[in-house]
Write a protein that binds this ligand. Structure first.
Ligand SMILES: NC(=O)C1=CN([C@@H]2O[C@H](COP(=O)(O)OP(=O)(O)OC[C@H]3O[C@@H](n4cnc5c(N)ncnc54)[C@H](O)[C@@H]3O)[C@@H](O)[C@H]2O)[C@@H](O)CC1
Ligand SMILES: Nc1ncnc2c1ncn2[C@@H]1O[C@H](COP(=O)(O)OP(=O)(O)O)[C@@H](O)[C@H]1O
Ligand SMILES: [K+]
Length: 463
């Protein structure tokens, strides 16, 4: 099983059911989950007083197991329940707890609070008074833990079905769920910890993990490491940022095919002045180009459209970003080359694909399937989706990335990694990871240019 697998509630239930069908005892699985959660809380909180809030289902059952195991270790534990327990396993876990069971609505606050009210079985938002009570108890605690999920989040879509407080730690059971990674739920989870359940779990959707990168081969030369061509437009800064990101991505050479000609920036970047779009086709007629980037600073007029058409017709592996995505949403454009990488933010995604249903993961998948392209659906939760159904979801990106030009850096990085690897899904995943890691290495209030300086360290950390 991959430690990155992301499963929807129904997939999780199917995996659990398959384990039960093979003879795994449901109560043994609950004990296993509770033991893992108790261990994590013990390591973090030791003997500080702890209140476990238990709901009616198996999530509440996990809570009773956690309460019992921590009390056995000498932690002063109190338990408060919402109602009677409604499943066989939960009733058994409750029976094994020999302390009192208080009422969630009237119980006193504690230094540590464990939310075992609802997990993947939540079907609607919590009642207003219960949600308010949970919020008050979590906010007055020094440490708070959500078992599997914070109660009130939509497991499969990451929306908030009722008010949800921000937890210190969320302990995912067995596998990640979309709500651990997608906003706004992800932000309520706090630190994410995975507790293994030791049952087989597989999914095409995974949490984005740190990539393994390699140093250039001893026999490498600049073209074998990948030549990136960046098509410029009316706004020089955007294509400069993208070109510099490509140059610092590990690619061998970067050529900027720009309207403006030399415009400062790194001396390592070869600037070619391509004043007329008609001249672009011959510049692109170079088989050494391993990846092409079009879009950053391109503009939206007839000239920009002609440059985009030349790019689409070149046959090179490519990354399509920014203005090029907006142009592609217009009528009578050539089709998107299969295997291209598209990097839309929310607005560009909506213009290209309209209103799709489901979670951000579902929407990215549908867009990849429809376009035949790799979709990097950007934002505080970036989703990379391939037409074959593979998905990687990035979590925990710095919100300081919400500044102009960071998307241009990502696009340049993606083109650079595409030139190096020749594998668009892998390249997109590597780019999103390196972009996020570069941001983590920058001081608050950084600007897009600062990301470029942080890239070598982000790459070095993955060699
Ligand atoms: N299936 C299993 O064997 C295992 C499940 N585990 C735990 O079980 C959880 C899932 O358990 P369940 O399927 O029992 O689901 P939950 O415990 O998440 O909640 C389901 C119960 O809550 C009720 N309910 C749903 N929404 C409500 C609302 N808004 N207000 C009031 N009641 C509401 C449902 O009718 C049902 O009785 C997982 O998240 C995980 O914590 C773990 O113990 C591992 C093993
Ligand atoms: N609130 C946020 N938290 C984390 N990352 C963000 C946030 N907002 C934007 N980003 C990231 O910053 C980049 C912004 O890209 P984009 O919107 O295209 O900006 P620009 O066009 O100005 O370069 C994307 O990689 C996106 O995922
Ligand atoms: K919970």
């Amino acid at each position: 099983m991959s430690h990155a697998s992301v499963l929807k509630a129904a997939q999780m239930r199917a995996a659990e059911q398959a384990a039960f069908d093979r003879g795994v005892d449901p109560y043994a699985l609950m004990e296993c989950a509770g033991k893992a959660v108790a261990q994590i809380i013990w390591r973090a909180g030791h003997r500080r007083d702890l209140l476990v809030l238990c709901g009616p289902g198996n999530n509440g059952g996990d809570g009773f197991v956690v309460a019992r195991l921590l009390r056995e270790r000498g932690v002063p534990v109190r338990v408060a329940a919402l109602s009677e327990s409604g499943t066989d396993s939960a009733r058994r876990a409750r029976a094994a707890w020999d302390g009192p069971v208080e009422d969630v609505m009237t119980t006193a606050p504690a230094t540590q609070v464990v939310d075992a009210l609802f997990g993947i079985g939540l079907s609607r938002g919590l009642d207003g008074a219960v949600a308010q009570r949970l919020g008050a108890l979590v906010e007055s605690a020094v440490a708070s833990y959500a078992v599997d999920l914070p109660s009130g989040v939509g497991t499969d879509c990451g929306t908030l079905l009722s008010d949800v407080p921000r937890f210190g730690v969320t302990i995912a059971l067995g596998a990640w769920k979309p709500a651990h990674l997608l906003q706004p739920a992800a932000e309520r989870c706090g630190r994410l910890v995975l507790a293994p359940l030791h049952i087989p779990l597989a999914s095409q959707v995974e949490r984005l993990v740190a990539p393994g990168l390699t140093v250039p081969a001893v026999t490498a030369h600049k073209y074998s490491r990948g030549l990136v061509a960046v098509i410029g437009g009316g706004m020089a800064g955007a294509s400069l940022l993208a070109s510099e990101a490509a140059a610092r991505s590990g690619a061998g050479a970067v050529r900027r095919l720009a309207v403006d000609g030399p415009a400062g920036g790194l001396h390592a970047i070869i600037d070619r002045h391509v004043a007329q779009p008609e001249a672009l086709a011959s510049e692109l007629d170079d088989q050494r180009i391993a990846a092409l980037l079009v879009g950053p600073g391109l503009g939206l007029g007839a000239d920009a459209r002609a440059r985009l058409e030349a790019a689409l017709e070149s046959g090179h592996p490519m990354v399509i970003d920014a203005d090029a995505l907006t142009l592609l949403a217009e009528e009578h454009m050539p089709s998107i080359p299969s295997g291209a990488i598209l990097t839309p933010h929310e607005g560009e995604f909506g213009r290209m694909f309209g209103q799709l249903s489901g979670s951000k993961i579902d929407r990215a998948r549908a867009a990849a399937n429809r376009s035949g392209a790799i979709i990097v659906y950007k934002g505080a939760d970036s989703v990379v989706a391939a037409p074959d159904g593979r998905v990687a979801v990035a979590v925990g990106a710095s919100s300081w990335l919400s500044t102009a030009g960071t998307g241009d850096v990502l696009a340049g990085l993606a083109a650079g990694r595409l030139a190096v690897t020749g594998d668009p899904f892998r390249a997109a995943c590597q780019a999103v990871w390196l972009h996020g890691d570069a941001a983590r290495r920058c001081r608050p209030a950084f600007v897009a240019d600062d990301l470029l300086d942080a890239l070598p360290a982000a790459i070095a950390a993955r060699l």
